[in-house]
Each structure stands twice: as C-alpha cells, then as structure tokens.
Design a protein around this ligand. Structure first.
Ligand code: HEM
Length: 400
C-alpha cells in the first residue's frame, strides 16, 4: 500500500481550536468516509471509519474483534505490550462476556444513583478546600482529578490515601510515550497492590467492587489473576477519563459562558447539557481499534477478514447527517445523547452511569458556588494532552 496516496492516521495530530477534531479527519468524513490510512510509519494500512452510522455499524458488529493479539490488529503502537484478558475492553466473547457480567451489578444505574449523595458531599468538600486556597490554583490537581479518584476508590473499596501511587501508575496506561518497561513496571505495581487488597476483602468484606470480585473468585466465575487485572483496569478507567472530562468541560463552559444557565434549568436539562459536552469533547480521541474476523460490508466498502479498522469517535460525533451544526456547542441539543463518546455495542462503556452522575453533579455545583470562576492564563498557554489515548489538559490554572 503506497503511503503517497494514503493519508497517515496520526494520533497526535493537533485538534482544531483546540477542542474540535483535526480538520483533516473531518474532511475525510465528508469526502471519503471509509478510507485506508497508514499507521506505524506506513507499515499497516487499516480502514478509517468516520461517519456516525458506519462507526456504529462497526462497533455493533460481531464480525469485528477487540483482541489486540491478532497479527495486523491496528494497535495505537506497533510494539504495544500485550494486555491481559482482564483488561476486558480488549477481549472478545466468551471471555469478555463473563468478565463484564461479573461487574454489571456494581455499575447498574440504580446502584450508581445511590452514590449521588456521597458524590455531592465530596464535590462540596473539595470545592470548599479549593476556594480557601489562594488563587490561582491548578483545577486539575485540586478538583478534576481528586473527585473521580475519591469516587472510584469508594466504589471499588481502595484506600484513597494511596492515590499518589495509583494515579501516577494509571497515567502510564494512557500515555503513548510510555516505554514497554515503564508499562510493565506500572502493571506489576498495580497488580500486586490490588491482589493484596482483594485477598484482604476475604477476611474483611465491604460493600464494594473488590469484595464482589473476591466472591466471584471463590465461586469460580473468574480466576484470581483475571479478578486482579479487572480491578487494575477499573481503577485506571475510573480516573483518566472522568478527570479529563471535568477539566475540559469546565474550560469549554468558560469559553461559552452564555450556555452555563442550561446547567441550572432542572435535572433533565442538566442531563442534556452533559450529553452535549460528552458529544462535543469526545475525549477518547485515539480511535477505537477493531479487526475483521470475516469478510464484511460496511457502507459501500468491503472489508476483508484480517483487516484493521480505526473508529475516531470525535469525528463521528460531528457528523452533520446526525447533528445539525455539529461544530457548534448547544447545551440544549435535543439529540445530543446519540453521541458515540462511550462507544457502542457490547463494549459500550460500563462506567457511563458513573461518569454521567459525576458530571451532572459537579458542573452545576461548580458554577453555582464559584460564579466568577475564570481561567487564570491565556488559552494559548494551556498545555493540551496530545500524546495520549484520552484528551485533556495537563493543568488548568483558575481564579474566582
Ligand atoms: C467521561 C468518561 C468516560 C468516557 C468518555 C469513557 C469512554 C469509554 C469508551 C469509548 C469505551 C469503549 C471501548 C471500546 O469499545 O473499545 C469504554 C469502555 C469501558 N469503560 Fe469507560 N469511559 C468513561 C468513564 C468510565 C468510568 C468512570 C469507568 C469506571 C470504572 C469506565 C469503565 C469502562 C470499562 C470497564 C470499559 C470496558 C467495557 C467493555 O469492554 O465491556 N469508564 N469507555
């Protein structure tokens, strides 16, 4: 495959403006919605699927695998260290089905709804602490990261006091600059930490996910090894995603202050506003990766067994066929919830009720308590995370 005619898919291609997807990919969606791209310096040529409808067709089809161990799988990096099956976003049925089922109860909407009072309390405490500090402060360090970290620790049954340890290791999983050695070091550290915690839940059970996993091990539904890997995955997934979403949503709202009143127009309107922020920001911007297990047709294109596919969610979320004025932010957008920010199909985000609850609580509370919140530096001075699977800001200096 000649790379002269085939565009390269570069994860770190800068976003536009800086929140919109790179314009090159939006153009491809409008002109060549399913096209070959190159990755790994031209050594692999997967398909890039950019339209909303085609994205859902790929992500919803059992013809596509998420297992990165197949040769030719379009992984974000060529020499990606092999992920264990317990990182079950990267496994297929029946392994994936068993693991996901073992956790469904803990992430059910009803159970997450019961966490709302605790999330509200923690939000208030962190905002009180932040507003007592002399401004400016780094909003990421003071609020956007500790809030989801405290919540996921509570849900899993992990002591928050250890947050420096697990937050720094969680970062290595999304940072594409991580060497295989660093990855393995972080993996081993988190693994031994969580395996000890799960073992301790046997003698001292709690009402938490790690206790649930210990029970699954005892019942023989999942192995001890898989339970530990699943716990590592959940701890990491619960941090890097929501923290980036809180920080970027805050930045976005401060750039569109006329839309902030939507957050206060009642729970249904707050929920719509959060869906629009999820659509607009689509933070998992590295593209979901899949591999065709059989010949399959997507739109006008025949994809052959063994070929890879990349689905950039931030590009599909701005498909003008589905969303009117897709590059505009409209916190009252009626169909915003049709976004694919949480993926689609069997791997659709397990933590989405939790992420939604956190955002629906945090954003109105933040702007209610700190109506004069503002960014303390010019936009050009804000460092955006480019070389990571999840988009965000490194720091967000704020005053109020
Ligand atoms: C705004 C925040 C979040 C976003 C944008 C997000 C996005 C995603 C996406 C796009 C996927 C699909 C991956 C694929 O199909 O390959 C996914 C899967 C997953 N997410 Fe999230 N996520 C968020 C928050 C969370 C939280 C708070 C948790 C809690 C632990 C979580 C846990 C998971 C898990 C376990 C999976 C794998 C599901 C499966 O493969 O069956 N996520 N997430």
């Amino acid at each position: 495959m000649s790379s002269a005619t085939t565009p390269e898919f570069v994860l770190t291609r800068p976003r536009n403006a800086p929140l919109a997807p790179p314009p090159q990919y939006s153009r491809l969606r409008d002109e060549q919605p399913i096209t070959r791209v190159t990755i790994w310096e031209g050594r692999l040529s997967p398909w890039l699927v950019t339209r909303w409808e085609d994205a859902r067709a790929v992500l919803g089809s059992p013809a596509f695998s998420s297992d990165p161990t197949s040769a030719g799988f379009p992984a974000p990096r060529e020499n990606m260290p092999p992920l264990p099956p317990g990182f079950f976003a990267n496994s297929d049925a029946p392994v994936h089905t068993t693991m996901r089922r073992a956790l469904t109860r803990e992430f059910m909407v009803k159970r997450i709804e019961a966490l709302r009072p605790a999330i509200t309390r923690t939000t208030g405490e962190l905002l009180d602490e932040m507003s007592r500090a002399p401004a400016p402060v780094d909003f990421v360090e003071r609020f956007a990261l500790p809030l989801p970290s405290l919540v996921i620790c509570d849900l899993l049954g992990v002591p928050y006091e250890d947050h420096d340890f697990f937050q720094s290791h969680s970062k290595t999983f999304v940072d594409l600059g991580t060497t295989p050695e660093q990855f393995t070091t972080s993996w081993d550290a988190l693994n031994s930490y969580l395996s000890q915690l799960i073992a301790a839940k046997r003698s001292k059970p709690g009402d938490d996910v790690l206790t649930g996993l210990a029970e699954h091990v005892d019942a023989g539904t999942v192995t001890e090894r898989d339970a530990t890997d699943m716990a590592v995955f959940l701890l990491f997934a619960g941090h890097e995603t929501t923290a980036n979403m809180i920080a970027l949503s805050t930045l976005t709202l401060l750039q569109h202050p006329e839309q902030i009143p939507h957050l206060f127009a009642g729970p249904a309107q707050t929920a719509i506003a959060v869906e629009e922020l999820l659509r607009y920001l689509a933070i998992v911007h590295g593209g979901l990766r899949r591999y065709a297990l059989e010949d399959v047709r997507v739109g006008e294109v025949a994809i052959r067994a063994g070929e890879g596919v990349i689905v950039p969610l931030h590009v599909a979320n701005r498909d003008p066929e589905v969303f009117a004025d897709p590059d505009g932010l409209d916190l009252g957008r009626a169909n915003a919830r049709h976004h694919v920010t949480f993926g689609y199909g069997v791997h659709q985000c397990l933590g989405q009720p939790l992420a939604r609850a956190e955002l629906q609580i945090v954003l109105p509370e933040l702007f209610r308590r700190l109506p004069d919140l503002r960014i303390a530096v010019p936009l050009e001075d804000i460092a955006f995370k480019q070389n990571t699977m999840v988009y965000g800001v490194e720091e967000l200096p704020v005053s109020w």
